[in-house]
Design a protein around this ligand. Sequence first.
Ligand code: COA
Length: 259
Amino acid sequence: MPLENILIEKRGRVAIVTINRPDKLNALNIATRNDILEAFEQLAGDDEVRVVVITGAGEKAFIAGADINEFAGKTAIEQRGMMKGRRAFDSVEDFPKPVIAMINGFALGGGCELAMSCDIRIASSKAKLGQPEIKLGIIPGGGGTQRMTRLIGEGKAMELMLTGDMISAEEALALGLVNHVFQPEELEAKTMELANRIADMSPVALAMAKASVKNAARMNLREGLDSEVDLFALCFSSEDKEEGVRAFIEKRKADFKGK
Ligand code: COA
């Protein structure tokens, strides 16, 4: 079933999810958040898809934040009720396959938060990132204060939260907020190259690696180290582990099946 505000395109083992409200700079209204939940549910169960790339339609924006029009007149109880339900950004973070944010323009507020819910962020040199909520008299509510602090540290995250300043892709790179920056005309090819390289790995090992890295922010060091051993050992129950080891010994490329 096609979704109203999202396009899904499959290119081999990589699915590209495009937030498609370019006239509104891909601002996330409630319907689009529900579409994200639906899209990621579909893609989780699709064995052909091994990596997801998420981006924004049009030249200008990745996502310019939550749809501000939906804030007007909302009560605290209504807003809280909505945000305590199934959360689109958490579904991206918990998605069992790698997700790459291809940041083609403005990534503000909820756009920056969605990018930070992804596993890797690749930005166009013309992208601008920030958490401008403070200018509306509110704060980030989609994980911004938590995920950014873990990603770039308290001091830098605090400055961005308190000023609402937008930063350039190069500044975001220097902060570790994005992994790579490319010229706009190279962005898609470079992102797909990375996505395809990751998609060649064992889906079982990718899921374990993602879960284990995520645990670093959720557990203390001893719990994280113990859990890592369990997830490492779990890889030994996969056929992919035998294939990977055999391929190395036989000096050939491994053909991972995800089993
Ligand atoms: N929510 C709802 N609509 C938004 C939006 C948002 N977060 N961001 C942009 N839009 C809409 C604009 O209202 C405008 O719609 P219109 O043509 O019907 O008037 C359209 O998208 C284009 O945006 P515009 O502001 O004209 O583009 P710009 O190039 O002048 O400015 C931004 C770009 C990103 C600087 C500006 O749109 C902006 O500040 N957006 C809000 C960012 C924000 O505060 N996000 C956090 C929300 S919690």
